[in-house]
Design a protein around this ligand. Structure first.
Ligand code: C5P
Length: 233
């Protein structure tokens, strides 16, 4: 999908609020938003969401919530009160949990744009891992099933691997597709396996690209973000 917004969401995978804010300020002009993940949420705490949101770009709180509906609704409400534009939930918590989370999120956002992003099958899981948890069927089939559930239960989008963009577009074309596992050509894959280049992921229909190490690990993170953006033009 070609769009006129900057699709890069930088994963601020660092341990302190100071480092997260320093990096966000450095990158603010070259990216479309920021992802605050479990390391920051569990360390310095959810206040980091507010500190980053104050810079003016959308913040994606990757909290991967999964609990009973009322608890998830309250947690989502807290995160959107702090300024999170998106919050992640595990789709496997079921439709009632997703609907409750969406309501809590909307309440906390008090009129600001907000939305749930559904995690379908973790990209680290294989078919054997799914079987171990009692789920039959391949990761692709399970992803399709969960994406349909997410679309019908108040979610704005999904977080999916670049290799799943096609299946999501088929079963739930209305969902926003946010994609990690992005590696510029010639960049080492690290522990990511189902990867694509930024341009490939956009061609396959991603709406946003979650990018961590290719930017944060570069000698000049701002230059790395600029060059990724240029590769999408
Ligand atoms: O450094 P890298 O670009 O691999 O970072 C990708 C980010 O996206 C990390 O914060 C990682 O936790 C997150 N993520 C992922 N795969 C998922 C969901 C989230 O890599 N399925």
């Amino acid at each position: 999908m070609v769009n006129d917004r900057n699709p890069i969401l930088v994963a601020l995978d660092v341990g302190t609020a100071e480092e997260a804010v320093r990096l966000a300020k450095l990158l603010n002009a070259y990216v479309g938003g920021f992802k605050v993940g479990l390391e920051l949420l569990m360390g310095p705490g959810p206040g980091v969401v507010a500190a980053i949101a104050a810079l003016g770009k959308p913040v994606f709180a990757d909290a991967k919530l999964h609990d009973i509906p009322s608890t998830v609704a309250r947690a989502a409400r807290q995160l959107s009160r702090l300024g999170a534009r998106w919050v992640t939930v595990h789709t496997s918590g079921g439709g009632r949990m997703l609907n409750a989370a969406a309501e809590g999120l909307e309440e906390g956002a008090a009129g600001r744009p907000s939305g749930l992003l559904a995690v379908t099958v973790l990209t680290s899981m294989t078919g054997d891992d799914l079987t171990e948890t009692g789920v039959s069927g391949s990761p692709g089939r399970q992803t399709a099933r969960l994406a349909k559930l997410a679309a019908g239960a108040g979610c704005e989008g999904v977080v999916c691997a670049p290799t799943e963009l096609g299946v999501i577009a088929q079963v739930a074309p209305e969902l926003l597709k946010v994609t990690p596992g992005i590696r510029p050509p010639a960049f080492a894959g690290d522990d990511q396996r189902r990867i694509a280049s930024p341009a490939e992921a956009m061609e396959r229909g991603a709406d946003y690209l979650v990018i961590g190490r290719p930017i944060l690990g570069a000698a000049d993170p701002a230059a790395a973000a600029r060059s990724i953006l240029a590769s999408l033009a």
